[in-house]
Design a protein around this ligand. Structure first.
Ligand SMILES: O=C(O)c1cc(C(=O)O)oc(=O)c1
Length: 296
């Protein structure tokens, strides 16, 4: 347990192993976060965890160590709707990061424009009760309509047990959708289990629902080499190769009891995406299409 004298937790390992797998040049870590630094960017009073600082310098050092080129920084719940830490990290990346914001539904169009100028390309709707106090679907849907003019997408985080409740909202969202961590299926059920079947039905309901094959550490308690995660997720990558994204999830919010080794997370990539073509789509083509569309 890595808690400092102020009760601030560390959920990432300070010495990740060097991965054996080397990503192709230009690879994107499409799901990561920054925490603080708190002195500059305080956490939300509503934050459900109080992490130690995990700022852009550490994030970009990890990016280089793991062999990645770009990051997509997703606003973490501990920063609420104050996106300054995420924007600061993007600003210091030299064009090598873009982001996903969490916004107050009352946000103005001018503020949305400023987020766009700062590199934001999507908004995140979080439905996990342990992370947020409320998730107003009607207001979220209004936000989804308002960001359409910017060419953004909606990132949604929910767990498998509420997938059915989510269907109506997901069907109504007018922009592309990205599902965080595949909606957290129980990977122990295997690729044909109820959770994966329900998730595939969702993917089949629209051709613009993307998903992140992230967080083996959260979804597969057996740990590396994440055998259940690999056997459940590989068929998904093979079936939907053009709308799948990968990310480290660093600094792994709330994982302080079992610090994931980022090097071993990278080593799982060729297991879930076994060919060069799949790896290129997963790590370069797909995230670039979504976050750096002007390069196409
Ligand atoms: O499962 C989690 O605890 C978690 C939390 C956050 C966040 O606090 O934003 O983001 C994630 O992607 C995952």
């Amino acid at each position: 347990m890595s808690t400092d004298e102020h009760g601030r937790i560390r959920s990432w390992t300070l010495e990740p192993s060097l991965p054996r797998y080397r990503p192709p040049a230009g690879a994107v870590d499409a799901h990561c976060h920054v925490f603080g630094p708190m002195a500059e960017f305080p956490f939300s009073p509503k934050a459900k965890y109080l992490p130690q600082d995990a700022g852009p310098e550490a994030l970009f050092a990890l990016r280089d160590r793991l062999g990645f080129t770009r990051n997509v920084i997703v606003q973490a719940s501990c920063h609420g709707t104050d996106n300054r830490a995420t924007l600061d990290a993007i600003a210091t990346s030299g064009g090598m990061a873009r982001g996903v914001a969490v916004v107050d539904p009352a946000i103005s169009d001018t503020e949305l424009d400023a987020l766009h100028a700062g590199g934001i390309r999507g908004v995140r709707f979080n439905f996990l009760k342990r992370l947020v106090d409320d998730a107003p679907k009607d207001l979220f849907l209004e936000v989804a309509h308002r960001i359409q003019r910017l060419g953004w997408h909606v990132v949604v985080y929910f767990e498998a047990d509420i997938l059915d409740e989510m269907r109506a909202l997901l069907a109504a969202i007018p922009t592309p959708i990205v599902i965080d961590h595949m909606g957290r299926p129980d990977v122990a059920q295997g690729p044909d289990g109820a959770d994966m079947r329900a998730f595939r039905a969702l993917l089949d309901s629209r051709d613009d629902i993307w998903f992140k094959v992230t967080c083996p550490d959260r979804l597969d308690p057996a740990g590396p080499p994440y055998a259940d995660f690999v056997r459940s997720v590989r068929p998904l990558v093979q079936a939907y190769p053009d709308r799948v994204l990968w990310g480290t999830d660093w600094p792994h919010p709330n994982m302080e009891k079992l610090l994931p080794d980022d090097g071993l997370l990278v080593d799982a990539i060729p297991e879930i995406a076994p060919t060069d073509t799949l790896q290129r789509k997963l790590l370069i083509d797909n995230p670039m299409r979504l976050y750096w569309p002007e390069t196409f």
